[in-house]
Design a protein around this ligand. Structure first.
Ligand code: C2E
Ligand code: CA
Ligand code: CA
Ligand code: CA
Length: 277
């Protein structure tokens, strides 16, 4: 599965955004994908840096296209958004993640946290909280097991409703991580919103440490801020030992990246969890 991921076909180039006929085709293919179970989730482990234990996984979407093979999310999620189909896809992802949590509990797998990416158009939709409620209830999932990842730029796009949604999440006990943190050029006011518990430091800053003094300064500033606000930080895209060492010493709580594990098919994830990975 690993080499398959690397060779995955990036068929849907952004250029297609302009082509109306191809857009219609993609829209109908995405609807078919939902109807025919062509989507599946892979899971990338997140490690507690101090102990090396897997404490969480991030659910990442894969599309097994009947003709084109494996399609990666970057090549269809932006267009699913502009086609108005992302809400249904996000809800499918959330429900699939909850179904896995339930199954792992039944198999007595360690109760790790599962992070799910939620786009702005679903997070900001009036039916979002209800859909989340229903998924948690249908699969009897403890809200604390879930972490919702919202990108900084998505929060920026959302208006008034954000506060209401964050309070509702806080009441339910569902935490929110600010994804791709540092890339949104936004105000920091939303870091005080009640459901926000985690900052995911964007890979573009991790790539440069410890070589680039700018990236070092930015990451250290984010970690200091995260500590004073009593949030925890996850660094994403850790690819080598030097980055790991730096982040561990700088007090970053968790890390995700190819150094530890690529996004894994479920059997591979379970093997890694059982081996104490
Ligand atoms: P993201 O949320 O920032 O997810 C992290 C991406 O970085 C994943 O790509 C992951 O495979 C990749 N990654 C992890 N570790 C490393 C590393 O060490 N080096 C490098 N170079 N890359 C690493 P993926 O799976 O292709 O997903 C891309 C993006 O698509 C995600 O970025 C997210 O924005 C979106 N996405 C994925 N699944 C979903 C989903 O279920 N719903 C929504 N709305 N968006 C999703
Ligand atoms: Ca994410
Ligand atoms: Ca991210
Ligand atoms: Ca990203």
């Amino acid at each position: 599965a690993k080499s398959e991921e690397r060779n995955a076909f990036r068929f849907y180039s952004p250029i297609m955004q302009a082509d109306a006929r191809k857009r219609l085709q993609l829209a109908s293919e995405l609807r078919q994908a939902l109807a025919n179970d062509e989507f599946r989730l892979v899971f990338q482990p997140s490690l507690e840096l101090r102990t090396g234990r897997i404490v969480a996984v991030e659910a990442l979407l894969r599309w097994q296209h009947p003709k084109r093979g494996l399609v990666m999310p970057d090549s269809f999620i932006p267009m699913a958004e502009s086609l108005g189909l992302i809400r249904r896809i996000d809800e499918w992802v959330l429900r699939a993640a909850c179904a896995w949590i339930r199954q792992w509990d039944r198999e007595h797998i360690a109760p790790i946290r599962v992070a799910v990416n939620v786009s702005a158009s679903w997070f900001g939709h009036p039916a979002f909280i209800e859909g989340l409620h229903t998924a948690l209830r249908d699969y009897q999932v403890d809200p604390k097991r879930l972490l919702l990842e919202i990108t900084e730029s998505a929060i920026l796009r959302l208006g008034e409703g954000t506060h209401r949604t964050m309070y509702a999440l806080h009441t339910m006990g569902v935490g929110v991580a600010i994804d791709d943190f540092g890339t949104g050029y936004s105000s920091l006011a939303y870091l005080k919103l009640p459901a926000v518990v985690c900052l995911k430091i964007d890979r573009t800053f991790i790539t440069g440490i410890p070589r680039s003094p700018d990236d070092v300064a930015i990451v250290e500033a984010i970690l200091a801020m995260s500590r004073s606000l009593k949030l925890y930080a996850i660094a994403e895209g850790i690819e080598d030992e030097a980055q790991h060492e730096f982040l561990l010493r700088a007090g970053c709580e968790e890390g995700q990246g190819y150094l530890y594990a690529r996004p894994l098919e479920v059997p591979d994830l379970l093997r890694m969890l059982k081996s104490g990975g």
